[in-house]
Design a protein around this ligand. Sequence first.
Ligand code: ZN
Length: 180
Amino acid sequence: MSRRNLTAVAYHEAGHAVLMAALGCRVRKITIRRYAKSAGRVHGESPLRRIRLEEIGRPPTRLHAEGAIMISLAGALAQKRVLPRSWRSWQSRGDYQKATILAHRFCPSVVETKAFLNWLEVRTQNRLDAHWRTVELIANTLLERKSLSGKEFDELIRPRRCLLFPNILQVDREHPTAHQ
Ligand SMILES: [Zn+2]
């Protein structure tokens, strides 16, 4: 895999991981590999982790599902932002399938599912813009080390956590497109 493609993978995984952190989910491990079928991976919590099976489909569950969908969409969006031409749909097919299956549970029609996903894509893009410096930090560290434990990830983002609400990441205000 070329250095350029590895950079795309690093930003893809950093996008997933930073969205997880921004939504209060723990990141346990991130890896990127130059020689492997699956080039990168993030292990961490899902916003749906506390939802019991019988609660799926209930309105409050939708909010958690929105978070899970945003985490899925964040990989491709982060990758596209840094290297637009590196993006290939197959690289994110699994992420998009997961997002679509979840979205469909809350939307009765295909048109509604698509509109819901489009809206969540805009929300995800805004969150990534707001935390872009953090995405860059994680992606660059991944390129150096190839793997980050949950502890190492926490240490890197600790200065960016809100003092009052440590579950929330502060917006990188110096970034011109930052908004939330
Ligand atoms: Zn992905």
